[in-house]
Design a protein around this ligand. Structure first.
Ligand code: PLP
Length: 407
């Protein structure tokens, strides 16, 4: 008899998001003349930079000719792309990362999901609340948790991001082995300082722990004092892995290209206490289970680092940051407490009442859809997330409606 992985049955289906869809549908039915504006979107809305499109076209033509055709590429990704990444994203910022420490992939989502399979099933896991659900659900699937109760899984150490701690979690009260961090954060938009992040690096070194650092929103950082990479910090090479993506940087959510940095010094231990290189394990994993990202897409990603590409990507992220600034200003003027929206495309808004109530109020009074914070974890209760990924027209109209309704 074929049996299933029972751990999958512990997963909670998101009633909340099904409920949101239902409420929006009901509202639209009752108000057919109102155009509902969705400010809950976690996906980019603008076209790809011209430099990327041009590079992709050229690469597609190369694929048509026997002389320039490419079959299977290197599992780790093409050297031209890994070199461009190492130079621009790391060496230029004083982070000593070499091209052979970079693994090109088709998404940071799958990399953050897959990396945990290198680690012991008994590893004690710490992850943020509120959180990007992938980190949690993949550890549930792997059997590292007990059942869920009142919105929390037994065996997980929750790193709470709250008004009290300025949305930067405190170090865990008990020893943990693997720590997920994400800055600039989804969903809170919070950023971490160099000294704040150094504390985590030091903790990981002292406790022989591993940090899985998700920097998918690094390209929205404008404050020069903030670290773009955990590898800008001394000591991080031994204790951290970093996930990056072209999804939010260059609008690649549907194009698919990302990368993971595993320094050669990054280590973990066997049951016998011997040191093992995580770089070697990830290389083995990727070459066994993954066959690379398509050549035209890797060429498109390389073009992000060309002089024109850099200008275009900056313009793209500036556009969303202007939306974010407008949203943050408008909500602050209405006396809401906001975090994010600076160095981040998300604004995390404290509503002083349940997430569902704020959601209902914005929908029923303004025809605007946001994301209830409680959908990201218990600490998200009483918050909503508003996303800057939208057209300027939609943001302007949504804010006008909210101002009119709440003034
Ligand atoms: C969007 C996002 C990613 C990027 O995922 P891709 O699979 O590369 O599109 C990674 N982490 C977080 C927290 C995100 O919000």
């Amino acid at each position: 008899m074929i049996r299933i992985n029972e751990h999958y049955r512990k997963l909670q289906s998101s009633y909340l998001f099904a409920e949101i869809k239902q409420r929006v549908d009901e509202y639209q039915k009752a108000n057919p003349q109102t155009r509902v504006i969705k400010l809950g979107i976690g996906d980019v809305t603008r076209g790809l930079p011209g430099a990327c499109i041009q590079a992709m076209h050229t690469a597609v033509d190369e694929m048509a000719e026997d002389e320039t055709f490419r079959g299977y590429g290197p599992e780790q990704g093409y050297e031209f792309l890994r070199q461009a990444i190492a130079d621009n994203d790391f060496q230029a910022r004083g982070a000593d990362i070499k091209p052979d420490e970079i693994f090109i992939s088709d998404g940071a989502k799958c990399d953050t999901a897959n990396f945990q399979e290198l680690l012991s099933g008994e590893s004690r896991v710490a992850l943020p609340d509120p959180v990007y659900p992938v980190y949690l659900d993949t550890n549930v699937m792997a059997g590292r948790t007990g059942p869920e109760k009142d919105g929390r899984y037994q065996g997980i150490t929750y790193l709470e991001s709250t008004r009290e701690n300025g949305y930067i979690p405190d170090l865990p009260p008990e020893a943990v082995d693997v720590i997920y961090l994400c800055f600039p954060n989804n969903p809170t938009g919070a950023t971490i300082s160099r000294t704040g992040l150094q504390k985590w690096v030091d903790y990981a070194r002292d406790n022989k722990a591993l940090i899985l650092f998700d920097a998918a929103y690094e390209c929205f950082i404008r404050d020069d004092s903030l670290p773009h990479s955990i590898f800008e910090l001394p000591g991080a090479r031994e204790v951290a892995v970093e996930f990056r993506s072209f999804s939010k940087t260059a609008g690649f959510t549907g194009t698919r290209c990302a990368y993971t940095v595993v320094p050669k010094d990054c280590r973990a231990w066997t049951a016998d206490g011997d040191t093992v290189s995580l770089h070697d394990l990830w290389f083995r994993r990727q070459s066994t289970k993954f066959n690379g990202v398509s050549y035209p897409i890797q060429r498109a990603a390389e073009a992000v680092y060309s002089p024109e590409g850099q200008v275009q990507v900056r313009k793209l992220t500036d556009f969303y940051l202007t939306n974010a600034g407008m949203i943050r200003q408008a909500m602050t003027d209405l006396s809401f407490e906001c975090v994010g929206g600076e160095n981040s495309p998300y604004i995390w808004i404290y509503g002083g009442r349940s997430s569902r109530e704020i959601f209902d109020m914005l929908l029923n009074q303004a025809g605007v859809v946001c994301t209830p914070g409680v959908g990201f974890g218990r600490c998200g209760e009483n918050f909503i997330r508003i996303s800057a990924f939208n057209s300027r027209e939609n943001v302007e109209e949504a804010l006008e409606r909210i101002q009119k309704a709440l003034a």
